[in-house]
Design a binder for this molecule. Structure first.
Ligand code: UDX
Length: 435
């Protein structure tokens, strides 16, 4: 089928290359000319494993094309996926400017039937708004449907998540829309959940907020473990073996970040409050997440006494491994706090250093993880990149001025640290090593 995508960011581009991989003809549109130039050369504007390969493959097969004009998207695809950004406004409400603009352009260029599909994470009831906006601005009598097909991809495994999803959710209110979406997903081997448009929108928000709640529960448990002498990893292991609970997303750490969880949790609370439904449970997720990093900073302060003039190594800048995305990355907030306290920072990340340099040009960007530790009074681990887990802790100890490590992701080998007499302070478990 011929399909269009408006917005070639993380969601849009992954949608474009994955549907091309499944045999569809794709046209992806973006208004950013610099980004388009890179895409046309087969170069992804962001780091995502496997993306460049698929991009180049389907530029070559001719199943993937790019354009700077939204009008082209309306003409090209029988179905149009809207994948534009919906940034948070300061009060947590999603900014719908780009969605509305896309709807207006679709309406003004509608010449024959089109299925308009919202794929960006949008507040519930956006489908209704989209429908009304297109109906208001449409010029001729061409027909259209609006559907919701939320995306559940994770950065770092986005291609795998999209090609082999746990489920595909399609929110529709006409048989024609359902038939088209079923045809689009014919090559996918997973359950297809058909719902109303509103329910599909809520499934996305509810899923992300529930996952954020799971992480937050683990982080809260970690506090209880630290206070009581228990070990949070042992506790969540014991809990997670119960199939009703599951072990995923119960890793305590310095809090969740990224482009989705913080924004979606706030947006869900905002929508609930607008609909006069008490949202204190959801608000608490966000508040607890923020204070988790604050506690980590306080732990560092209490251990290191004076932060002013101390040299601190930081491993991991991206909000999670396998991405160069810094949006809502806990490491960036920690850097702000440590800088304010007068600490000198030596940072390392396998892929996110160029992006960090744009925000913090004044840090020392290390050649590798061991170089980051050279002469430092302590090391703080903010992202659990696999290569950090594999490093020999003896080399880390030899490089540090004082062997104190704050493991914000519980990813380092505690047994080895104990053997080497490294002082290791994790999350939700007692410290080990010399005082
Ligand atoms: C998330 C959802 O998983 C995905 O379905 C949705 O489409 C977009 O938002 P993403 O933001 O890419 O994906 O990352 P994810 O792997 O979910 O991690 C989010 C954050 O939670 C990261 O900061 C991660 O470090 C943190 N996290 C995750 C934990 O702190 N503990 C965990 O157990 C799991």
């Amino acid at each position: 089928m011929k399909l269009s995508v408006i917005g070639s960011g993380h969601v849009g581009l992954v949608t474009g290359v994955c549907f091309a991989e499944k045999g569809h003809e794709m046209l992806c549109v973006d208004h950013d000319t610099e980004k388009l130039a890179r895409l046309k050369k087969g170069e992804s504007p962001f780091y995502e494993p496997g993306m460049n390969e698929l991009l180049q493959k389907h530029l070559a097969t001719g199943r993937l094309k790019f354009s700077g004009r939204t009008e082209d998207a309306v003409e090209f695809g029988q179905a149009i996926f809207i994948c534009v950004g919906t940034p948070s406004t300061p009060r947590g409400k999603a900014d719908m400017t780009y969605i509305e603009k896309a709807a207006q352009t679709i309406a003004e260029n509608l010449k024959e039937y089109r299925l308009v599909i919202e794929k960006s994470t949008v507040p519930i009831q956006t489908g209704e708004r989209l429908k009304r906006t297109i109906a208001r601005y449409v010029k001729g009598d061409a027909q259209f449907d609006v559907a919701s097909n939320p995306e559940f991809l994770r950065e770092g495994t986005a291609i795998e998540d999209t090609l082999k999803p746990d489920r595909v959710v399609i929110g529709v209110d006409s048989a024609k829309a359902e038939a088209l979406l079923r045809e689009i997903y014919a090559g996918f081997n997973c359950p297809i959940v058909v719902t109303s448009v509103g329910s599909a929108e809520l499934i996305k928000h509810a899923s992300n907020s529930f996952l954020a709640l799971k992480i937050t529960f683990a982080n809260w448990l970690a506090r209880l473990c630290e206070a009581s002498g228990a070990d949070v990893e042992q506790v969540v292991h014991g809990m997670g073996l119960d199939h009703r609970i599951g072990r995923h997303f119960l890793n305590a750490g310095i809090g969740y970040g990224g482009s989705c969880f913080p924004k979606d949790v706030d947006a869900l609370a905002h929508i609930a409050e607008e609909l006069r439904v008490d949202a204190s449970l959801i608000r608490l997720i966000s508040d607890t997440n923020k204070s988790q990093l604050q506690r980590f900073y306080e732990k560092m302060e209490s251990e290191l006494w004076v932060l002013n003039d101390k040299t601190i190594a930081i491993w991991g800048l991206a909000f999670k491994p396998n991405t160069d995305d810094l949006r809502e990355a806990p490491a960036l907030r920690l850097i702000d706090m440590l800088k304010k306290a007068g600490a000198k920072l030596r940072v390392h990340d396998p892929v996110a250093m160029p992006n960090t340099r744009k925000v913090h040009p004044d840090l020392y960007y290390a050649r590798d993880a061991i170089d980051a530790c050279a002469g430092a009074d302590a090391l703080a681990v903010c992202t659990e990149w696999p290569q950090y887990r594999e490093l020999d802790l003896a080399k880390v100890k030899a490089s540090l001025r004082v062997p104190i490590v704050f493991d914000g992701r519980n990813c380092l080998d505690r047994k080895r640290a104990a053997e080497l007499n490294i002082r290791l302070l994790g999350i939700g478990k007692g410290p080990i090593g010399a005082q």
